[in-house]
Design a protein around this ligand. Structure first.
Ligand SMILES: O=C(O)CCC(=O)C(=O)O
Ligand SMILES: [Fe+2]
Length: 230
């Protein structure tokens, strides 16, 4: 995928996919098994002391990919457990089958700790190595409240970030991710944000990036998994 994808046509491989049809975001129940969630949580807790507060008051998020969204949370590099789990052939195959997109893990995954009242991540698209972002919730003490949650701007998939920002949160869809659940997001295309945590809320997520295989052919000629086989 190219950095200016949102200004041009999305590749056919993406526009014919189940993930695109569902607004660029899909819940994938059971993608990460319960014992693997516990392993991830343990790794996230042990990596936490090496984590860094990540605070930026004013967004200079690029109109396209990446940039520097305003934010406040703690982030830590993930370690071996995360890589082992998300690069496992069975998990990747399941992800590919459900999303209808061929994707490979790029590594460099992280854990994010939204741990103070008001912690958030401003409106952005993900960096270039993150066409497809897989987010697993490891802990969320406020999951039932709908405060401090992921919001996606599916209608602004192919539009400048400024337009999503101008449309405001009323134009977005909240994506609750209870503990242990996993969401696949076309993070390089769909503008998204994490809204501020309420007092006492702690939200820890595993974030893993995948690159999507595209040919440049608008009809999408990369062989796609058969959705019928689900
Ligand atoms: O915490 C989430 O649900 C999403 C995080 C995110 O968008 C990111 O880390 O780029
Ligand atoms: Fe993101």
């Amino acid at each position: 995928m190219s950095s200016d994808l949102f200004l041009s046509e999305l590749p056919g491989e993406i526009t014919v996919s189940q993930l695109y049809a569902s607004g660029g975001v899909l819940n994938i129940p059971g993608l990460v098994a319960a014992d693997a969630v516990a392993e991830l949580e343990a790794e996230a807790l042990s990596a936490r002391s090496a984590g860094r507060r990540n605070v930026l008051a004013v967004s200079d998020a690029a109109e396209g990919r990446g940039g520097n969204p305003d934010r406040a949370f703690t982030s830590a590099h993930a370690r071996f457990v995360q890589w082992r789990l998300y690069s496992a052939p069975a998990l990747v195959a399941s992800l590919v089958r459900t999303c209808g997109i061929v994707a490979t893990p790029t590594g460099g995954g992280t854990y994010s700790y939204y741990e103070q009242a008001g912690d958030f991540l401003g409106l952005h698209r993900d960096i270039l190595t993150c066409d497809l972002t897989v987010i697993t919730c490891l802990r969320d003490t406020g999951a039932a409240t709908g405060v401090g949650a992921l919001l996606v701007y599916s209608k602004h998939m192919n539009e400048p970030l400024a337009r999503a920002r101008a449309a405001g949160r009323a134009a977005a869809t909240e994506v609750p991710i209870p503990r242990g659940e996993t969401v696949a997001l076309l993070g390089g295309a769909v503008p998204h944000e994490v809204t501020p945590m309420q007092p006492g809320q702690e939200r820890i997520v595993s974030v893993m990036c995948f690159r999507i295989a595209v040919t440049g052919d608008p009809t999408g000629s990369v062989p796609r998994p058969s959705l019928e086989s689900r």
